[in-house]
Design a protein around this ligand. Structure first.
Ligand code: THU
Length: 130
């Protein structure tokens, strides 16, 4: 388990801009350069324009010059596990292999681990277009 990555996601959660849903989410991706890139959800008064935490983390990774994800962590509060939404599963798929772990956390720490394959089986990906 990647504790540092999970801590980064929990820390990013505190930066969330979520005035409409009041639901803060943090995410962190570890890239194949060993570095961690974090993001939070950023909502907008024009609701559909809001970005998920995972989207922000992936954008930070790409800006940082990396393009392969080796692990993902997502942190959010509440009783239900905050797993990546469907759109973000596909966004992760773009940069990650099926066996990449996705750690789900709450404010208190790690709650569950899935693989990308668990969350997005039989996925369409870049290989389909090559
Ligand atoms: N959200 C994320 O940031 N990531 C997820 O995987 C689930 C949902 C955000 C989007 C929105 O700002 C808020 O949580 C409520 O849906």
């Amino acid at each position: 388990m990647d504790k540092e990555l999970i801590e980064a996601a929990i820390s990013a959660m505190r930066s969330a801009y979520a005035p409409y849903s009041q639901f803060s989410v943090g995410a962190a991706v570890r890239a194949d350069n060993g570095r961690i890139y974090a993001g939070c959800n950023v909502e907008n008064a024009a609701y559909p324009l809001g970005n998920c935490a995972e989207t922000s983390a992936i954008a930070a990774m790409v800006v940082g010059g990396a393009s392969r994800i080796t692990a993902v962590a997502v942190a959010g509060d509440g009783e239900a596990l905050v797993t990546p939404c469907g759109g973000c599963r596909q966004r992760i798929r773009e940069f990650a292999a099926p066996d990449v772990p996705i750690y789900v956390a709450g404010m208190e720490g790690h709650r569950a681990t899935f693989t990308l394959q668990d969350l997005l089986p039989h996925a369409f990906g870049p290989e389909n277009l090559s």
